[in-house]
Design a protein around this ligand. Structure first.
Ligand code: 13P
Length: 251
């Protein structure tokens, strides 16, 4: 049985006082309820260190939203894996569709980031997903296959133990349009078969594959009850403690 992993991607939201407020509410809300999930929050860089100190002793784990693959040096505006580690991160989101579309990240760079994260002891949450146009012309599987093949290129089967894959159809992100549970399940199962072919059936069976794209408390249960959906990567709904906790409880 795979565990359920619910991660909140705060994106470019919450300054320090807002971060403190949200995390305090999450901690008190989660301490009263019962859940068996792994819970991860991914605040912006500026709130990571504060978040790390606030979540100590709670069930919440910390992730960042991006990093650069070089160790250090003249890369203005970038943040390294070791910086994230020292700020208290355990996870890092890599290859998010907003990084791919707005900032032009390519599969090859994402692959370098994944390798650097792994060698630095960070656990990547590796995002893949097709655009609406790609879905409409029927190339969803080709796109997912390319992103998975290239993103995970050169990795070992052992590396896979610390990777989470997040399937986020771009057309479902921030749009209020969720993939139906059947649509999501179909792609999740396809991703699992790709992992099986690239690595092994055993690593595919263990792989945590999250769904992301307009996950809300009222659709979470049905999505998360699909056979190959092992968690959620939540955007908008993780910015309010009640709705993020609602999703965790649904899982
Ligand atoms: P929304 O939940 O706002 O659609 O965002 C999903 C997402 O991009 C999480 O990484």
């Amino acid at each position: 049985m795979r565990r359920k992993v619910i991660a909140g991607n705060w994106k470019m939201n919450n300054n320090l006082p807002e971060s403190e407020n949200l995390i305090s509410k999450l901690i008190s809300g989660l301490s009263t309820g019962k859940n068996n999930c792994d819970v991860i929050i991914c605040p912006p860089f500026t709130s990571l260190s504060l978040a790390a100190s606030l979540i100590k002793g709670s069930q919440i784990k910390l992730g960042a939203q991006n990093m650069y693959y070089e160790e250090s040096g003249a890369f203005t505006g970038e943040v390294s894996a070791s910086m994230l580690k020292s700020a208290g991160c355990e996870y890092v989101i890599l290859g998010h569709s907003e990084r791919r579309t707005i900032f032009g990240e390519k599969d090859e760079q994402i692959n370098k980031k994944i390798k650097k994260a792994l060698s630095s002891g960070l656990k990547p949450i590796f995002c893949v997903g097709e655009t609406l146009e790609e879905r409409e012309i029927g190339v969803t599987n080709d796109i997912i296959k390319r992103q998975v093949n290239e993103g995970l290129s050169g990795l070992s089967e052992k590396d896979l133990d610390t990777i989470i894959i997040a399937y986020e159809p771009v057309w479902a992100i921030g749009t209020g349009k969720t993939a139906t549970p059947a649509q999501a399940q179909e792609v999740h199962s396809f991703i699992r078969s790709l992992i099986s072919g690239l690595f092994s059936p055993a690593s595919a069976e263990k792989m945590i594959i999250q769904y992301g794209g307009s996950v809300k408390p009222d659709n979470a249960k049905e999505l998360l009850s699909q056979k190959d959906i092992d968690g959620a990567l939540v955007g908008g709904a993780c910015l309010k403690a009640e709705s993020f906790i609602g999703i965790i409880e649904a899982a």
